[in-house]
Design a protein around this ligand. Structure first.
Ligand code: ADP
Ligand code: MG
Length: 853
């Protein structure tokens, strides 16, 4: 059979004679080139790589022929002719020196400047050779990729081995062979100090390079791995001064070009004749597949960067993926099996979790997606499990001290309930009964009362406080703002009036905020210390040092998410193991509540007072603002009231206040000149705020213009419409809180949202708030949209960081809770020797003793 090269030679000769006009073959030389190339490839299938390389080069030139001008065509043909000569020459040589060209592939393992990947290589993870792979080893007569050499040394220099051995997982990373001080410094920016930190430095993601393919079957765009022999490698400079390393790789089925930018050292690392494995996305150059900056590594080692599911680590400056993988591979290989599993086997078995060494190995260098998923879940479980153990422990500690067993006149309390202007909802009654049981029990209460905005938490707290008063002790209610404190104070006063009217004992109630000063304050201090004041409502002013109680037995913290752990503890510290009730409207999904508040008992108000109607919510276009004003006016004409919330303003509350004043003046002057408007913002004095709020509560102010300060708690049932400007700037929870200011009566209420140019995520929020009325569903939506960070925020400081656990995985949370309870039944204090490691892990997780919230 004629050589394809001589065939081409003939055609090109005609072309030269015809004056480079590209008329010699029908369809032109470009079209012919494809046909010729296919045939040549078939004919040269088992051929020498050099010839194949020439073939590729010739083909590339032929494809450029059509677009070239006459002069370029002349040059192209000259070049092709030279290559043809070379190929023919090579063919002749081969014919005489058969059977095989000299092998050039002595194991080319230049000492890498990176740490050698994976020295101690157990034969478990041999280089991946897919039995199904269509790629034959490049040439049958050549050795297949060699087995990795086995070395058993720990991944530290010998003289440090003893030291590292002694420190174990707490050894600093700079002792690891190939890390050293400088890299340790860089790793510390990723929060990595010790070997343990390194083991827990988890990949951000993974790339699947397991698909092994022969070169001639590569498709543009796919992520694949190719094993082949380096035929040629060289470098060239680009116009802008970059070095490009270009290597040609063959596996016998074809040839592919690989290029790397600005890695000149590759010239020393990759040698012609070496077998390498290359993984990456197949790119396209002049219609042919190429690899650009692929991962690569010698084929005779355990594969780390190619042909597997490859981990991608978080990096900082000066660290590369290759380095991280190499370091982690050594550390994981050596240390993972030496990590003792703190999770008792019975728990692992009960829930089907892999052991810790397996999980660590799989999470770094997964064999497959499934074991990876199991490993991640196992590691996430550890976190929530430690969390639950800590919370249950905090709960036990809380309950281990003696509490007040309060005895009160039960009939008087029932009569107080009857004296209310309404009857309690079933949910309120249930929650109250749970609280009363705690008060009687002699064990300090630590309870969370969670209820949708407007569900009526205040009255539940007030009744509990009344019971405490009946028992002869004192109670305190702390709220985050003066407005809210004052509102609670008014509520309590009006309830007390009713109780007095019903002939019941009447408590003395005081308000203590920063606005209360001088003689008045001194008098309240005196009454609290003597016990003549029975119930006090206030802000942070309650936890001032000077405040002392005669017998504080009950503490209520409203809108608890607004307070820090220390503030709550401070109020609690005013009494002797007082009963504590914290209240929140943040609608946390129940399982998440168990996770975040696992140390608290939970009462939920999941029922609204009768007659409430969902607040109709509309997101309006900016040009509909006038319509919104008209709508508000009509509501006011019907005797209702309205809120207008000014947008959040970046910067100081001074700027925000100024903007609010301007908006208020504009509305009063231009839009509602005939109506009574009021203004409230954060920079006003407390008496001013108080005056405005009570005027609004009495109905004297018809429209209240407010900065976002009215967000929580405010209760004016006659208000039926709230207009929120700049609604795109608020989170879902906040919008829901605003909306909760209306819909507090049986009148139909409305929430109108205005947003100038909402972002995509803001649009999603606005749509959600428009269509979802239920706080729990909305919280679920929030969880999906933003993750649990915000809910963690509601828990406040002192809460450990969760790195892995996905708090939307409710099932895992349940499992962790259940496992922690089962563990507590067996060994509450983790005293048993088999739980020693677990106890250590839990305290490491919480970094010190658990602080009860
Ligand atoms: P939140 O749970 O948001 O703190 P509040 O305690 O402020 O709610 O109560 C909201 C409104 O509902 C108040 O005006 C309160 O008087 C009223 N309310 C509370 N419980 C009932 C009930 N069982 N029936 C009718 N109205 C009630
Ligand atoms: Mg409230």
């Amino acid at each position: 059979m004629a050589s394809p090269f001589t065939q081409l030679q003939k055609i090109l000769k005609h072309e030269v004679q015809d004056g480079y006009r590209n008329r010699i073959v029908i369809g032109g030389i470009g079209r012919f080139a494809d046909h010729w190339y296919r045939q040549a490839r078939a004919a040269l299938r088992e051929h020498d790589p050099d010839v194949l390389l020439l073939l590729e080069a010739i083909y590339a030139d032929l494809r450029r022929y059509e677009a070239a001008n006459i002069e370029e065509r002349r040059l192209l043909i000259e070049g092709i002719e030279a290559r043809i000569q070379e190929a023919l020459q090579r063919e002749r040589e081969l014919r005489t020196t058969r059977p095989a060209p000299a092998t050039k592939d002595e194991p080319a393992v230049p000492p890498p400047s990176e740490p050698t990947p994976a020295p101690p290589v157990p034969p478990v993870e041999k280089p991946r050779e897919e039995p199904s792979t269509p790629a034959p080893p490049p040439r049958p007569e050549r050795a297949a990729p060699a087995r990795p050499r086995s070395r058993g040394a720990p991944p530290v220099p010998p003289k440090l081995a003893a030291k590292v051995e002694a420190m174990g997982l707490d050894a600093p990373v700079h002792l690891i062979h190939g890390v050293g001080r400088e890299r340790a410094q860089r790793l510390s920016r990723l929060g990595v100090q010790t070997i343990r930190d390194l083991l827990y430095l988890l990949p951000r993601r993974y790339v699947d390079f397991r698909a092994l393919k022969p070169i001639h079957r590569l498709r543009i765009g796919e992520e694949v791995t190719v094993i082949g022999e380096v035929m040629d490698i060289g470098s060239k400079q680009t116009g802008n001064g970059l070095t490009v390393i270009r290597a040609l790789l063959t596996d016998g089925s074809g040839i592919i070009e690989c290029t790397w930018f600005n890695q000149p050292y590759l010239l020393d690392r990759i040698r012609p004749g070496q077998f390498i494995v290359v993984s990456g996305r197949v790119d396209e150059f002049l219609g042919r597949p190429v690899f650009r900056s692929p991962e690569w590594e010698p084929a005779d080692r355990e594969l780390l960067h190619t042909a597997r599911i490859v981990p991608i680590y978080p990096l900082t400056e000066g660290l590369t993926q290759r380095l991280m993988r190499s370091v982690l591979k050594r550390v994981v290989d050596y240390w993972a099996d030496r990590v003792e599993d703190p999770i008792p086997a019975w728990i692992r078995e009960a829930y089907g979790f892999p052991d810790l060494p397996t999980a660590l190995k799989q999470v770094h260098f997964p064999e497959d997606w499934e074991p990876l998923e199991k490993a991640r879940r196992r590691l996430a479980f550890d976190e929530v499990f430690y969390l639950q153990i800590g919370l249950l422990e905090a709960r036990r500690q809380w309950r281990s001290v003696p509490g007040r067993a309060l005895a009160f006149d039960e009939t008087a309390l029932e009569r107080a309930i009857e004296a209310l202007p309404f009857s309690l909802t079933g949910a309120q009654r249930r929650a109250l009964d749970q609280i009363l049981a705690d008060l009687r029990s002699g064990v300090p209460m630590n309870r969370l009362l969670q209820g949708e905005v407007g569900s009526g938490k205040t009255v539940v707290a007030a009744l509990a406080a009344y019971a405490v008063f009946l028992a002869g002790a004192q109670g305190a209610i702390m709220a985050p703002t003066e407005i809210l404190s004052e509102q609670h104070y008014r509520t309590l006063l009006s309830l007390a009036e009713r109780w007095a009217g019903a002939g019941l004992p009447t408590p003395t109630i005081r308000l203590l905020t920063s606005g209360v000063s001088g003689a008045e304050r001194a008098q309240i201090y005196g009454e609290l210390a003597e016990g003549t004041c029975h119930l006090v409502v206030g802000t942070h002013a309650l936890i001032q040092e000077e405040v002392a109680f005669q017998d504080l037995a009950f503490v209520v913290i409203d809108e608890q998410q607004r307070f820090g752990v220390l503030q709550r503890a401070a109020l609690r510290g005013k009494g002797y193991n007082p009963h504590v009730l914290v209240m929140t409207a943040t609608p946390i999904p129940r399982t998440l509540a168990l996770t975040l508040y696992g140390d608290l008992d939970l009462s939920v108000l999941d029922e609204m007072p009768p007659g409430r109607r969902p607040v109709l919510t509309r997101w309006l276009m900016p040009e509909e603002r006038e319509r919104a004003y008209t709508f508000i006016r009509r509501q006011v004409e019907q005797g209702r009231q309205a809120y207008i919330i000014c947008p959040l303003v970046e910067g100081s509350d001074k700027i925000e206040a100024k903007a609010a004043v301007e908006e208020y003046e504009r509305l009063q002057r231009e839009v509602f000149p005939d109506l009574r408007l009021g203004l409230i913002h954060g920079r006003m004095k407390s008496e001013e705020k108080e005056a405005v709020m009570s005027a609004f509560a009495r109905g004297e102010i018809q429209i209240l213009v407010a900065t976002p300060v009215v967000e929580v708690g405010v209760d004016v049932p006659n208000a039926t419409v709230i207009l929120i400007e700049g609604a795109d700037r608020f989170g879902l929870a906040q919008l829901h809180q605003f909306r909760g200011r209306v819909g507090r009566s049986s009148y139909q209420s409305y929430c109108l949202l205005l947003a100038e140019s909402p972002s995509e995520s803001a649009i999603e929020r606005l749509r959600a708030i428009e269509t979802i009325y239920d706080g729990f569903q909305l919280a679920q939506k929030d969880l999906e949209m933003r993750g649990p960070g915000d809910f963690l925020g509601t828990r406040q400081s002192g809460f450990p960081e969760m790195r892995l656990a996905d708090l939307t995985d409710l099932r895992l949370l349940e499992i962790a809770r259940e496992a922690a309870e089962r563990l507590a039944e067996r060994d509450p204090d983790l005293q048993a020797p088999e739980h020693r490691l677990l106890a250590e892990a839990v305290s490491r997780f919480w970094q010190g003793p658990v602080e009860p919230s």
